[in-house]
Design a protein around this ligand. Structure first.
Ligand SMILES: Cc1cc2nc3c(=O)[nH]c(=O)nc-3n(C[C@H](O)[C@H](O)[C@H](O)COP(=O)(O)OP(=O)(O)OC[C@H]3O[C@@H](n4cnc5c(N)ncnc54)[C@H](O)[C@@H]3O)c2cc1C
Length: 280
């Protein structure tokens, strides 16, 4: 198998077209899949030497996060904490310290497991994804991208993520199998636009409830413009239980997740109120 280490995005794209190789980021999913035979790449295109892909910066009203930013990078970033606290919180509990040092946000989307921790926060925050392929650049909302099948063509590179800087407050919580190496059994991200004590434009995204993370449309209609208080939270709990019931139907995990999601939703809202886990 061939191994490539391009120094620029254009070189990576050219190699992808000519070699039919597979992009390698942190390798925490791909290498395991190669070991089990689930992935059998013809070649590996290691993105690790393309430094621009690891940048986290503010540009033109967006928080830009390169696809090679690791969960550890994001979890240390003041910019992420200030503008995307749901994502920052997800970075604190993802995997173990060793996994967070390797695992990237691009790889989280590329692998797109139902339990991918990065995706519910990005959905709640209205993130867009910047893709590049031989056809050119495409910026698409993550929500739209997640409805595509397959998610990406083989030679399409995830360049990065753009989160609009709208001053949203956001929170995240998950239920893991155990504290260390906690792969989510259920995760909830919430984002709201606060107007005094009222919560507007309410966005709730769920992970590990179905094939891929998703944004539920119903919260915006049912919970927007209410006072963010105990009554609001209980209405949210009812709604999130309804959404889980509808999404999981008769699956074996449905009953357990319908009950568990109420606690996870409450916790996500409490992190939102305390601004990224830090008491206001
Ligand atoms: C012990 C352990 C614990 C874990 N715990 C968690 C957890 O708590 N939460 C969680 O969400 N995940 C967890 N994971 C899964 C994994 O770490 C994440 O999904 C991680 O984000 C994958 O990123 P990576 O950089 O390692 O991707 P890689 O393994 O390098 O790539 C994954 C896939 O994405 C594609 N890809 C990568 N980058 C790009 C790009 N820029 N453009 C196009 N395609 C690309 C690759 O071709 C591959 O198909 C865990 C894994 C392990 C081994």
């Amino acid at each position: 198998m061939k191994y490539y280490q391009p120094r620029s995005v254009s070189d990576a794209l050219e190699i992808a077209q000519t070699s039919e190789g597979t992009f390698l980021a942190g390798g925490t999913d791909l290498v395991l899949h190669m070991q089990t035979g689930k992935a059998q790449p013809l070649g590996l295109i290691d993105l690790g030497k393309i430094s621009e892909l690891s940048e986290i910066k503010e540009t033109d009203g967006y928080l830009d996060i390169g696809s090679m930013a690791t969960f550890a990078d994001m979890g240390r970033s003041e910019l992420v904490l200030r503008n995307a606290s749901a994502l920052w919180l997800a970075c604190q509990t993802m995997g173990s310290p060793q996994i967070r040092n390797q695992a990237t946000l691009g790889g989280n989307l590329g692998n797109c497991s139902p339990a991918a921790d990065g995706l519910p926060p990005l959905l709640a925050l209205g993130a867009e994804v910047h893709l590049i392929s031989k056809k050119g650049d495409e910026v698409v909302s993550l929500e739209t991208l997640l409805s595509r099948s397959p998610l990406l063509a083989q030679e399409t590179l995830i360049r990065g993520f753009r989160i609009p800087l709208k001053g949203l407050k956001s929170g995240f919580a998950k239920l893991g199998r155990r504290q260390a190496l906690a792969i989510a059994r259920l995760s909830v991200a919430v984002a709201v636009e606060m107007d005094g004590s009222k919560a507007g434009n309410v966005r709730v995204a769920l992970g590990a409830v179905g094939r891929r993370a998703f944004l539920s449309e119903s919260f915006s209609q049912k919970l927007s413009d209410g006072e963010l208080n105990g009554v609001w939270i209980e209405r949210g709990v009812e709604e999130v239980q309804r959404v889980v019931r509808e999404a999981l139907g008769a699956r074996a995990s449905a009953q357990y997740k319908r009950v568990a999601v109420s606690g996870v939703f409450r916790e996500a809202v409490s992190t939102l109120i305390s601004e990224g886990g830090k008491k206001a």
